[in-house]
Design a protein around this ligand. Structure first.
Ligand SMILES: NC(=O)c1ccc[n+]([C@@H]2O[C@H](COP(=O)([O-])OP(=O)(O)OC[C@H]3O[C@@H](n4cnc5c(N)ncnc54)[C@H](O)[C@@H]3O)[C@@H](O)[C@H]2O)c1
Length: 364
């Protein structure tokens, strides 16, 4: 069992990682005081793991009936959120009850937002069950739902009491969701730039085959990387911008493809295109480019991107929240571990970087 202590302005919480912790009857020393708790759980995780989850948390809490969430982006909506609040009222949840969110990023964002607003805020625990949520959304206390066409538009910062990460949940995750999580994982490889970068280059094929020991190592190091950044910048005003590496291109690919390709795979393609932009802008030379691009090249590049028109991708970039005064701001890489934020580029430079990436992937 390994623990990462995540400090925040009001205290700290532990991110605890151990394979089998919840799925194979593990235990953890929690407070002796038996409180009530309500599990808010992803529908698929409910059918696969409810008994394990109840067995684990039942040792420490008096559990109400669970609230079941359909994990789709449309569930992160006002009306669905209000249904969750109604379910909490039906279960007579009070200020002392703990919410336990069990699922991926959708369940986590919705359940933590419900916890942060119910009676002005009650405590919650995160149990991430997708790779993306284990390395990203379960850490940092960002809660939220979508509104109109805007993602995560209504939300809050509300830190969990603890995060229990059991990588064995990943056995049943669809392969495309593993790939999606890996897009964020390689981002941490670049930000950490040392051990994790080399580890991913050396072990990618075994990681994608879900070798449990390798996955646990990768998740722990990714979570550690994210934890260090959020501790430096809890409210997303500076250091945290590094976490947007690959996301200006990545979000634009996602949007131009009408969300038919998963977020993480678009981020990975976005990182690869950002490396090309670093080269176009003279931030890195050919030798450094070849070293860096080896990492995203270990993941598939969506063929759908080849069929996009550059202008559609470029226009989609302006919907990005990193646009300042009408100008695009890129997060680029200078070397492993050296990330630069707020970089501006001309449209022709962006076009060239994009076209070079397509050419190199598809020999066009
Ligand atoms: N709060 C944050 O800081 C933050 C950061 C990144 C992303 N997000 C949000 O996360 C969301 C995406 O999260 P996600 O990628 O985890 O997707 P998700 O929650 O939709 O889960 C993906 C799919 O996997 C299924 N699933 C979950 N765990 C499983 C398991 N162990 N076995 C089998 N199936 C399982 C779900 O039912 C779903 O179909 C987006 O809404 C995004 O905005 C939030």
């Amino acid at each position: 069992m390994r623990t990462i202590e995540v400090k925040h302005f009001a205290g700290f919480y532990n991110y605890i990682i151990q394979k089998g912790l919840i799925t194979e009857g593990g235990s953890f020393p929690l407070s002796d005081e038996r409180k009530r708790a309500c599990i808010i759980i992803d529908e698929k995780v409910h059918s696969l793991y409810l008994n394990n989850v109840v067995e684990f948390f039942g040792k420490y809490f008096d559990l109400t009936d669970p609230v079941i969430i359909t994990a789709q982006e449309s569930s992160k909506a006002i009306d669905y959120y209000l249904k969750v609040i109604d379910s909490l009222i039906q279960r007579k949840i009070d200020r002392k009850t703990i919410i336990i969110s069990v699922g991926g990023g959708i369940t986590g964002d919705l359940a933590s937002f419900a916890a942060s607003t119910f009676m002005r805020g009650i405590s919650y625990i995160q149990v991430p069950t997708t790779l993306l949520s284990m390395v990203d959304s379960a850490l940092g206390g960002k809660t939220g739902i979508n509104y109109l066409n805007f993602k995560n538009f209504i939300g809050s910062f509300h830190q969990p009491l603890a995060v229990f990460c059991d990588p064995s949940f990943l056995k049943t995750l669809q392969y495309k969701e593993i790939l999606s999580g890996m897009g964020e994982v390689i981002k941490y490889g670049f930000i950490e730039g040392n051990y994790l970068f080399d580890y991913l280059i050396q072990n990618m094929s075994k990681i994608l085959e879900r070798d449990e020991n390798l996955l646990e190592e990768v998740i722990y190091n990714s979570a550690m990387c994210k934890a260090k950044i959020i501790m430096m910048d809890e409210r997303d005003t500076g250091e945290r911008h590094k976490l947007n590496l690959g996301h200006t291109f990545g979000h634009a690919f996602e949007k131009a493809l009408h969300f038919s390709v998963s977020h993480g795979i678009c981020v990975s393609a976005g990182i690869e295109t950002s490396l090309s932009l670093s080269k176009v802008l003279g931030i890195i030379d050919d030798q450094m480019f070849d070293k860096l691009v080896d990492l995203p090249k270990k993941l598939p590049f969506p063929s759908e991107i080849r069929d996009l028109k550059f202008k559609d991708v470029y226009n989609a970039m302006f919907a990005d929240k990193k646009v300042e005064n009408g100008k695009l701001k890129f997060v680029l890489v200078k070397s492993p571990g050296e990330i630069i934020t707020g970089v501006e580029a001309e449209e022709e430079q962006v076009r060239y970087a994009y076209e070079e990436t397509i050419k190199s992937r598809f020999n066009q």
